[in-house]
Design a protein around this ligand. Structure first.
Ligand code: 5AD
Length: 356
């Protein structure tokens, strides 16, 4: 199929989000899949996810690992355990290691820099950091140590809603868009994204966010439906923030696929994962549908099983009982069943070497 790609404007994005016409939606899936094929090809890149720490100093109203959740046993992985995960990633053929954690200042910057350096010395893995908001100095140190990419979702571009669900830390409110711009200046490949269906999020503002993916020129885009966690305030607050009927975004898996598809249309060359939130809501088919509707990345979990259950940002997270081998084998099977190929090399974002 050959076609001229014209990214949709905000009005068309909104129309796709709200459409109830099955033919129109089928067209969105087809367009997203064709765009994915044309700009990033059939390879699906695998990123090994390591959940380094579930400690967090923040109290984001939606997140299960928020500081005030006392139902959780907290952990910080040992450096040897992180290095073992890196070697596991190489063994199973992954090109990238993603180090993710809550905002945990006990993750000492130099300690992590030493781990990053050692991983780079011992392997050819690309390293992606997903550690929340850290200081400029920390990000610079980690980049100098060899970290390649940074993920920081802006969650919602609606300032008022963002502030409501992210109580400021030490009186300081966040500016994630400014941090993303700095990360790019430092030299990272940058990724961001949003949650879909946050109480108080309107379709209009979600359409703005998708449009913003383009202006941010993202190399990676991670999106997923909001999943209420019973041990968080937002799980009980939702209704009080109700928008007028019809304006509140539904936190459905269906909408998750639509946002993936639209993200592919606005940023044709970005790396877009079929996220765990989809597989949590839709079962294994969730990951496959994500890959058929615009995604080109899968992030199997390499976190040691003894920590896995404690990293519960939302309940019943998919694959929380599978060990690394099982998660990888399942991912490989799914990719092949879809007629796609497993990515080789680091899987850098083609967005960095744009052809359009
Ligand atoms: N439901 C869905 N996604 C969530 N995240 C955190 N808590 C939840 C939740 N309850 C997402 C945020 C964060 C990413 C690591 O996980 O978007 O950026």
């Amino acid at each position: 199929m050959t076609f001229i790609h014209t990214p949709p404007d905000k009005q068309s994005i909104l129309r796709w989000l709200l459409s109830e016409d099955p033919a129109e939606i089928a067209e969105l899936w087809a367009l997203a899949d064709a765009t994915r094929k044309k700009y990033v090809g059939d390879q699906v890149h695998l990123r090994g996810l390591v959940e380094v720490s579930n400690r967090c100093e923040r109290n984001c109203l939606y997140c299960g690992i928020r500081a005030d959740n006392r139902e959780l046993q907290r952990y910080l992985m040992l450096s040897d355990e992180i290095l073992a995960c890196a070697h596991k990633a190489v063994e199973v053929g992954f090109g990238t290691l993603v180090l993710q954690a809550g905002e945990d200042s006990s993750i000492e910057a130099q300690w992590l820099a030493d781990i990053i350096r050692q991983v780079k010395e011992e392997t050819d893995l690309a390293i992606t950091l997903s550690l929340g908001e850290r200081s400029d100095e920390d990000y610079q140190l980690w980049h100098a140590a060899g970290a390649d990419r940074c993920l920081l979702r802006f969650e919602t571009g609606n300032r008022e809603l963002f502030d409501r669900i992210h109580p400021p830390l030490a009186g300081q409110s966040s500016d994630r868009l400014a941090i993303l711009a700095r990360l790019r200046e430092i030299g990272y490949e940058i990724g961001s994204g949003v949650m879909i269906g946050i109480p108080g999020q309107s379709y209009e503002s979600l359409a703005d966010d998708i449009d913003r993916f383009r202006s941010l020129d993202l190399d990676m885009i991670g999106v997923g439906p909001y999943i209420p966690h019973p041990d968080t305030p937002l799980a009980g607050i939702g209704n009080r923030w109700d928008l007028p009927k019809g304006e509140q975004v539904i936190n459905s898996v269906e909408l998750g696929y639509r946002v993936i598809a639209l993200a592919r249309l606005v940023c044709p060359q970005a790396n877009i994962p079929s996220t765990t939130a989809l597989a949590t809501l839709d079962g294994p088919v969730g990951r496959e549908l994500g890959l058929q509707r615009g995604a080109n990345i899968v992030m199997p979990n390499l976190t040691p099983l003894k920590y896995r259950q404690m990293y519960e940002i939302y309940p019943a997270k998919a694959a929380s009982t599978e060990d690394a081998e099982q998660s990888c084998a399942a991912a490989l099977r799914q990719i092949r069943a879809l007629g796609r190929t497993v990515g080789t090399g680091r899987g850098d974002s083609p967005n960095l070497h744009k052809s359009i």
